[in-house]
Design a protein around this ligand. Structure first.
Ligand code: UDP
Ligand code: MG
Length: 207
């Protein structure tokens, strides 16, 4: 398996089809050996039904269905545990992370990097409140940790199997994946992109 894509899903019924279409177009231009792992994190809308239908029609689509809402980081972690690809992409379901960037992220990885994360040049559709609290959070975080955790990034990234296997060995119960990945070291780099607004639906992180 060349590529696994992990997609945490919480109430994303209006994004799943478009995400699937764009992801499939992008990934199948790279390889036919891939899997799309949706992790339904206790959605209350039709997300699960849609993902289940996709999985019946397409062999590449797999999913994990949580018994309730556990939160984004736990959803991604479950996806990592089940993934088998040599390279693993983590991407949001709402199309704020453009699937098309995966092409360049994958080439960069193959230049010999272990992690290629996506850095936001702009943050469209985010309130001043969110941008300010994010800024303060990262400022405090960099003061209290000795690890450089890149600012203006989310979990949108591609990581090598080596990194996935090491993450699986880390015992943290409260996951902060982007921090843990920075902590691991190895060769990490980034690509910049314009962060779009959500395609549809609402943030799972309201006030
Ligand atoms: N998400 C999740 N569980 C949650 C909240 C969010 O799996 O409890 C998913 C969500 O469906 C999306 C990603 O995590 O794919 C990022 O969430 P969101 O877009 O709501 O966060 P924001 O972009 O507003 O920071
Ligand atoms: Mg979002």
């Amino acid at each position: 398996m060349d590529i696994s894509v992990i997609i945490p899903v919480y109430n994303e019924e209006d994004n799943i089809q478009l995400l699937f279409d764009r992801l499939t177009k992008v990934i199948s231009s790279i390889t036919n050996s891939y899997e799309l792992i949706f992790v339904n994190d206790g959605s209350k809308d039709r997300s699960l039904t849609l993902v289940d239908e996709l999985s019946q029609r397409h062999n590449q689509v797999k999913y994990i269905d949580f018994s309730r809402n556990f939160g984004h980081q736990i959803a991604v972690t479950a996806g990592l545990d089940y993934s088998i690809g040599k390279a693993v992409v983590i991407i949001d379901a709402d199309l704020q992370d453009p699937p098309e960037l995966i092409i360049d992220m994958y080439s960069k990885l193959n230049e010999g990097y272990d992690v290629v994360y996506a850095k936001r040049k702009s943050r469209k559709g985010e309130s001043i409140f969110k941008r300010t609290t994010a800024k303060v959070f990262y400022r405090i975080l960099s003061k209290i940790t000795s690890v450089d955790i890149p600012v203006d990034t989310g979990d949108f990234r591609i990581i090598s199997r080596n990194i996935v296997d090491l993450l699986k060995q880390m015992p943290e119960q409260n996951k902060y994946l982007r921090g843990q990945i920075s902590w691991l070291g190895f060769n990490q780099t980034y690509l910049e992109y314009e962060r779009q607004e959500r395609n549809a639906g609402e943030t799972g992180y309201p006030f």
